[in-house]
Design a binder for this molecule. Structure first.
Ligand SMILES: Nc1ncnc2c1ncn2[C@@H]1O[C@H](COP(=O)(O)OP(=O)(O)OP(=O)(O)O)[C@@H](O)[C@H]1O
Ligand SMILES: [Mg+2]
Length: 304
């Protein structure tokens, strides 16, 4: 797969504070890449360097295998913290101005407005827009150039659940369009829902990077309920069970590698038992995130 972004040993010091500490990263075409990390962990600083608004202290990065030039940056759209629009102009007029500045085709305006579902409100003044609409207009503006990569810094910050869901849908739509997306977020649930890959920053250090699909791999737990007096014994003698635990009304069966709910269900069914409840628990990204950070904390403590 084609490498879109390659970061090597990228570092940013603000005086004595090391905001980003020698990070390496590769983003491939078509990935939706989530950058996670607590407040102050260096997400915005990293994105700022990638966008050329913050000068790195050391290290470098390349887009599409080339150093970041003005020409290359045109292939990258970004929504950084506070987008600036004219309050007394309509969304349409604001985008027309942006298209002029970015030398983007005016013909793209209708398309991007449609994509962020603002077509019906395009002639209303920007100042009358809700926070969610403002954010959507910022995304539309970033897409005017039809960029290959879209960078978003906390795209759902301050939005209500509806607004968050709308942005999430838009991100999915943009990625289905074939664009590569890099987004910073502290909403783990959101990253799990929209991202294909993620990295975790902690105090400027990258402490994890990998596919979202790998989260919780290799340790599946199945919740099961069935009417049968000897259920516990039966579950215990299932060859795929690593352990069986009773929790409230249900049993939790921790599965051995390679065994899933299907085999468990079949095993019970063959013994004349029909489960009334059968759910595979997947470890949440949130849980994994907290574990990775706790491990990193522990490693930092034992090092000192
Ligand atoms: N211009 C600056 N001058 C000095 N320190 C800065 C500057 N910008 C950021 N920092 C510091 O760098 C560190 C990383 O900040 P950054 O904004 O990148 O974190 P973040 O992960 O985006 O946090 P958040 O989740 O709150 O947005 C913080 O300690 C911050 O105080
Ligand atoms: Mg930030």
């Amino acid at each position: 797969m084609e490498t879109v972004l390659s970061i090597r040993q990228l570092t940013k010091n603000f005086g004595r504070l090391c905001a980003v500490n020698h990070i390496d990263l590769e983003v491939k075409r078509g990935q939706v890449f989530g950058m996670l990390g607590p407040n102050g962990s260096g997400k915005t600083t990293t994105l700022g360097m990638l966008m050329g608004v913050i000068n790195p202290s050391a290290g470098d990065f390349s887009w599409f295998g080339q150093p970041a030039t003005h020409q290359i940056r045109k292939k990258i759209g970004a929504v950084l913290e506070h987008p600036i629009f004219y309050p007394y102009l309509s969304g349409q007029k604001n985008l027309e101005l942006m298209a002029l500045i970015k030398e983007a085709p005016v013909a793209n305006i209708a398309k991007v407005l449609e994509l962020v579902e603002l077509s019906s409100r395009k002639d209303d003044k920007y100042r009358t827009y809700s926070l969610g609409m403002k954010q959507r207009l910022a995304i539309a503006s970033a897409l005017l150039n039809d960029p290959i990569v879209l960078i978003l810094d906390e795209p759902t910050n301050g939005l209500d659940p509806m607004g968050i869901a709308e942005i999430r849908e838009i991100i999915k739509r943009i990625s289905t369009d074939g664009k590569t997306i890099i987004l910073a977020s502290h909403l783990l649930d959101e990253v799990q829902k929209v991202c294909s890959h993620f990295a975790i920053l902690r105090k400027g250090n990258m402490v994890h990077v990998g596919p979202v699909d790998d989260v919780g791999k290799g340790e599946e737990t199945v919740e099961i309920m069935a009417y049968h007096d000897d259920l516990a014994i039966l579950l215990g003698s299932f060859e795929g069970a690593m352990s069986v635990k009773k929790e409230a009304q249900q049993y939790l069966v921790k599965m051995k590698e390679g065994f899933h709910s299907l085999e468990l269900n079949r095993y019970l069914f063959e013994r004349g038992i029909v489960a009334t409840h059968l759910v595979t628990q997947k470890k949440s990204l949130e849980k994994q995130f907290l574990e990775i950070l706790a491990e990193a904390d522990h490693a930092a403590l034992t090092k000192n």
